[in-house]
Design a protein around this ligand. Structure first.
Ligand code: GDG
Length: 475
């Protein structure tokens, strides 16, 4: 089996397993943004992707799919519980999102995390060509860079962190804080969403490991060799703008947007699209809207709120509690303020095809992104991308990474319910000229910095290191 010049390592493979009409399982490309982004990076390269197949105990040999070698990593039920639901989503996720939920520190979870990270690292090391590039993704795999380096010192390693990196005082709670930093520092390039995340990471390095940092670089001492330089900086991720624009031009999507607009019957439409996650600020959004109805500032006829909350991590207790809380709140608000003709909140605990999402973006006068903490938030960028006539208002949390680039949105602190109510009213009443001025600035940002550019920027820094290395080897 020939080895790959580029190996992507991510928790999930870029495909979903589906049963064909004959009951035989087949694979279908999963509709994620990361998949599209990396497809572009992989184009023209001999690439492989290491990841979990989406089902426990799926023991499969590597196979080729659409020109990419897919290398499935098998996980047992108990590993999924301890590594994925446990350490990744019960420890790291809440800790890195500013302890919005309380992280749990369990030694058995950590042990599983180390064991599973090693399995991913071994699969990557076995599939990468001499002098190749291994690109590791996200918080489930923070130990993989160092593990790959130990197994394959010849390769160049990148790591991209999709979620925030917390302030030192929070990070310091992690019982395995040094091991995680050392794991990440196995990479040559460590990418973050915001400049502030890279800053927090470097502060933790200085405080806990005492390695010097300067600008975008960390100097890592080695035992027998010259110190290693690691780049740690912001590469804000983005969306595949062309795909979204294509969908926004489709006659059936435009017709669907008009139909939705008609159906809701209210003067204005406000929209929220999130995974059902406590980081997304759905409760705060509902509270602000509910109070506007209670105060008499709004009626369901003035503005409907459509909230898509796509199902997420149902095996984690905090997510079950959140779902209950949100559903009780929605039922109360609708019970109190519906009329025979109108329902103020349309709550949808379902996933939707992308066409339907774009139709909703096109139908919405106001997009509400009120995350309490979010690495980037692609929904904000998707809404902006499809608003070709420059109408519409984006209400954006200052705690989402997207706020760094989309400063022309109506920025909001979602903890400040009064402030959020004022911003919602302002958004609903915003004159067309102001909408256009703000939207135009934001669209330019998103269109100029699409996901292909994000990929190119990251890979350019990796290529630079590879060239330097090749040069050093020759000299
Ligand atoms: C993590 C970080 C960072 C949602 N519901 C449906 C659906 N979606 C799509 C959206 C968007 C994506 O899922 C969600 O991306 P976000 O960026 O908003 O959030 P996370 O899932 O938390 O992603 C985040 C991201 O990684 C990338 O680095 O921005 O901060 O937390 O694309 O459109 N898509 C469809 N149906 C749904 O029901 N088709």
């Amino acid at each position: 089996m020939s080895q790959a010049e580029l190996v992507i390592v991510a928790n999930r493979l870029p495909v979903d397993r589906v049963e064909g009409p004959d009951g035989e399982p087949t694979w279908r490309t999963s509709p994620g943004g990361l998949v599209t982004a990396l497809e572009q990076v992989m184009r023209g390269m001999h690439g492989a992707w290491v990841g979990w197949g989406g089902k426990a105990d799926l023991d499969l040999e590597p196979f080729d799919f659409d020109g990419t070698r897919l290398v499935p990593v098998s996980l047992t039920e108990s590993e999924l519980r301890d590594y994925y639901e446990g350490f990744s989503n019960g420890t790291i996720w809440p800790l890195y999102h500013d302890v919005i939920a309380t992280p749990e520190f369990k030694r058995s979870w950590w042990d599983a995390y180390v064991r599973v990270n090693r399995r991913f690292a071994e699969a990557a090391a076995a599939n990468v060509a001499e002098g190749g590039f291994v690109w590791v993704h996200d918080y489930q795999l923070q130990l993989v860079p160092q593990m790959v380096r130990e197994l394959r010192p010849d390769v160049t390693i990148g790591y991209f962190h999709h979620i925030p990196f917390p302030a030192y005082a929070l990070y310091a709670q992690l019982p395995w804080r040094r091991q995680v930093l050392e794991g990440l520092l196995g990479a040559d390039v460590i990418g973050f969403q915001r400049v502030a995340d890279a800053g927090n990471f470097q502060r933790s390095i200085r405080r806990l490991l005492h390695y010097p940092t300067k600008g975008d670089t960390v100097t890592v001492p080695t035992i027998n060799d010259q110190p290693r330089t690691v780049i740690s900086k912001a590469y804000p991720i983005s969306i595949d703008v062309d795909t979204f624009l294509e969908l926004a031009h489709k006659p059936e999507v435009l017709a669907r947007a008009a139909e939705l607009r008609e159906q809701f019957g209210s003067t204005k439409l406000m929209l929220g699209v999130d995974r059902l996650d406590y980081t997304k600020g759905i409760r705060h959004r509902l509270k602000a809207y509910g109070e506007l109805l209670a105060d008499g500032h709004l009626t369901g006829k003035d503005a409907t709120l459509v909230q898509i909350a796509s199902p997420s991590r149902p095996g984690v207790e905090a997510y079950q509690d959140l779902r209950n809380e949100i559903e009780i709140t929605v039922a109360r608000i609708n019970g109190d303020y519906s009329t025979v003709e109108t329902t103020p909140i349309r709550y949808l605990h379902q996933g939707y095809p992308r066409e339907e999402m774009v139709a909703l973006y096109l139908a919405a006068d106001v997009m509400l992104v009120t995350a309490l903490r979010d690495g980037m938030n692609l929904v904000a960028k998707e809404y902006v991308a499809v608003r070709q006539d420059n109408s519409g208002v984006l209400v954006l949390s200052e705690f989402a990474g997207a706020a760094d680039e989309l400063g022309s949105a109506l920025l909001v602190n979602p903890h400040d319910i009064e402030g959020m109510k004022d911003i919602m009213m302002r958004a609903l009443a915003m004159p067309e000229a102001e909408q256009a001025r703000r939207m135009k600035t934001m669209r330019k940002k998103v269109i100029d910095n699409d996901v292909a550019r994000w990929g190119r920027n990251f890979v350019a820094d990796i290529d630079h290191i590879r060239e330097r290395r090749a040069h050093a080897a020759v000299v």
